[in-house]
Design a protein around this ligand. Sequence first.
Ligand code: ATP
Ligand code: MG
Length: 412
Amino acid sequence: MIQKIKGTMDILPDKTPLFRHIEGIMREEAEKYGFGEIRLPTFELTELFVRGVGDTTDVVQKEMYTFLDGEDSITLRPEGTAGVARALIENGKYGDTMPQKYYYIMSCFRHEKPQAGRTREFFQFGTEMFGADTPAADATVIALAYAVLKRLGLSNIRLHLNSIGCKECRPAFRGALTEHFSSHTDELCDTCRERLGKNPLRLLDCKSPICSAIAKEAPRTVDHLCEACATHFDQLCKILDAMEIPYVVDPAIVRGLDYYTRTVFEFVAEGIAAQSTVCGGGRYDGLVESLGGPALSGIGFGMGITRVIMAMEKEGLANITAPTPRLYIATLGEKAVPTAVSLAERLRRNGFFVECDLVGRSLKAQMKYANKLGADYTLILGDSEIKSGKAFLRDMKNSEQTEIELATFTLN
Ligand code: ATP
Ligand code: MG
């Protein structure tokens, strides 16, 4: 038996209604905020992610699916932002009216250790806003993520907020960090020891227990912000307060990707032990330029759909089921089949969900099946019904029967 690849999933029709419910809310909310859907290639040149995500990140160092296609090194997208930025540049969208707002629902690929809430192919709802660098832009993007989570009914979700500064204040903070971690060099994991010289910020994001304990004692970005960044962060907090979006300032949030500047945030589902971050995002003002475009600010987030589902399950919100038929048409004898099938077809053309027998079940088995499907009504067609053109419509809830004319019958 050939089995699916480790860390991938089959989503069967009993679960797709939940995915579609969630994705429908994501689309509707994104469009309320003026974000337009963008669809992008599943694979890109590896170089895009090395530059756009950053060569000192876990994603690039450990998690990418990379392969050679002739001479080209190609990677299955591990995230959405770099691709959207590439598309913005390639399609000349930076010349359009700002801000440019995009959203997507896409699968991403990361070679990680599969576990609950962490798969190798996963589904992400993402948004990106380019060309708006005000605190109001940050607040609006955060508000969109919040609106989605609220509309899904989640209440145990907490917004963690931080600022990691900009080109101006980063060097001083880096210095302070390097100093802190250097005094623990011997205890650090191999990856961190190696990237300490290159990008000490990454060490704040390391998941190894020893590194994260050392990171807890590290200097805080918010204490090292330049005046412009401090003002930006302060304004953002004021706007979130005015929007009545609760948050905690959390110096531990630095985000795993290299391109972030200033605002970074995560929505965390309380009460879920691991993989509780349902959404992560932030500002990436240097990204477009680093990919060869003009200097253009950006902010966005990625929301993991399976993580959202875990949070919904925890709060008893995940019981979204497939629609059930309005009508099941049962047949008794071969002669009734054309009438039943064509009546079903006419009703479907009128917009209704109708089922009829396709496998030659006995009448008793058909009624059992109609029950299992959860049909609202059933109709039994046999020789006498075909002859008279009349039949009894049975309401499955209360077993009430109404006589109907087959030729003119329709549902409502
Ligand atoms: P984590 O710290 O959990 O590894 P991350 O920082 O790598 O997350 P991002 O790159 O910010 O994650 O991706 C945005 C969101 O996508 C995450 O908050 C999470 O909800 C989801 N996500 C990331 N990786 C996975 C995965 N392997 N499986 C399922 N969902 C994921
Ligand atoms: Mg990760």
